[in-house]
Design a protein around this ligand. Structure first.
Ligand SMILES: Nc1ncnc2c1ncn2[C@@H]1O[C@H](COP(=O)(O)OP(=O)(O)O)[C@@H](O)[C@H]1O
Ligand SMILES: [Mg+2]
Length: 285
């Protein structure tokens, strides 16, 4: 498959083992029983010497299984602080965070690290791949921490890479991959422990517009076909339009929370976009 295509459902029937049977289309609809994530009156106060910075002023937010949420807002509005709390990288100063019914707001650092490894998949703006390490090994890494056996690690890493359309690139080093491909490796790494939610902070921030559509196509595919729950931060309204819901922050509060009516479809748009002149097969010399 060309490196510019977003994987389609038929190309990637590879989700069987890792993600179980693909849900019926109706099953990918948002589940409105118990929320997967519930932030209740969350405050975050950073202490900088004598100065207190009140970054979050009582945020309440619920995310259900199968949602695809964009978080937007001006710089300094509290998006990353919220993502850090959601990702169990930091604790709220006040308020409660329920992750699949467990109150994680008061857990110790070690307990949080354990929850993080098992339940959260992270994707960052700068990809954060290990440079002298193949795509496959990068994706194996989160499983090493959980003590998954070599054979299973390999199988799951391969399957996750196939799922993001990189089945032919298992042994490429990051510098032999385009930016969009590197971000897909990062998405595969985020997926491989079957997390409860994938959190992405500006995942298209370093990518050109076509590549951004490709990466958003991978997220849409994972959300639609595999029911994977995604929350991502973006500055770009165009990018948020690929998700199903947009939450807008202002000054540490939620200013707006609404469903996306004209959701963009990355797969449709890529079909209409001209194929780039230069194919990024850098590794073929
Ligand atoms: N580690 C920190 N220490 C002190 N202040 C912080 C820290 N992280 C963020 N802040 C402050 O908290 C507020 C919210 O920041 P942040 O969540 O990073 O916003 P955003 O991601 O929307 O740009 C800002 O005023 C920022 O300066
Ligand atoms: Mg930020």
């Amino acid at each position: 498959m060309s490196t510019h295509e977003v994987p389609t459902a038929d190309q990637l029937s590879g989700g069987r083992g890792l993600f179980g049977p693909q849900p019926e289309p109706s099953a990918t609809a948002v589940d409105d029983s118990q929320p997967l994530i519930s932030l209740s009156h969350i405050h975050k106060i950073y202490q900088m010497g004598d100065v207190e910075i009140h970054a979050l002023h009582g945020i309440s937010l619920e995310i259900h299984r199968g949602e695809f949420v964009s978080i937007m807002g001006a710089s300094g509005s509290g998006k990353s602080t919220t993502m850090n709390i959601l990702g169990c990288l930091d604790r709220p100063t006040r308020g409660h965070y329920f992750l699949e019914d467990q109150d994680v707001s008061k857990l110790s650092k070690d307990e949080l690290a354990d929850i993080r490894n098992r339940k959260i998949g992270f994707v960052f703006q700068g990809f954060n791949l290990l440079s002298r390490t193949s795509a496959l090994e990068n994706v194996e890494l989160p499983m090493l921490y959980l003590g998954v056996k070599t054979h299973e690690r390999l199988a799951r890493a391969k399957e996750a890479l196939e799922l993001v359309g990189l089945g032919e690139r298992l042994h490429n080093m990051p510098n032999q991959l385009s930016g969009g491909q590197q971000q897909r490796v990062a998405i595969a790494r985020a997926l491989v422990n079957q997390p409860t939610i994938i959190l992405a902070d500006e995942p298209t921030g370093n990518l050109d517009s076509r590549t951004s559509v490709e990466v958003m196509g991978v997220f849409q595919y994972l959300n639609r076909e595999h029911g994977i729950t995604i929350a991502l931060v973006t500055h770009e309204p165009d990018i948020a339009q690929f998700s199903k819901r947009i939450v807008i922050f202002k000054d540490g509060r939620i200013k707006k929370d609404e469903l996306v009516f004209n959701q963009r479809s990355a797969a449709d748009e890529l079909e209409r976009l001209p194929v780039p002149l230069e194919d990024d097969e850098e590794d073929e010399e």
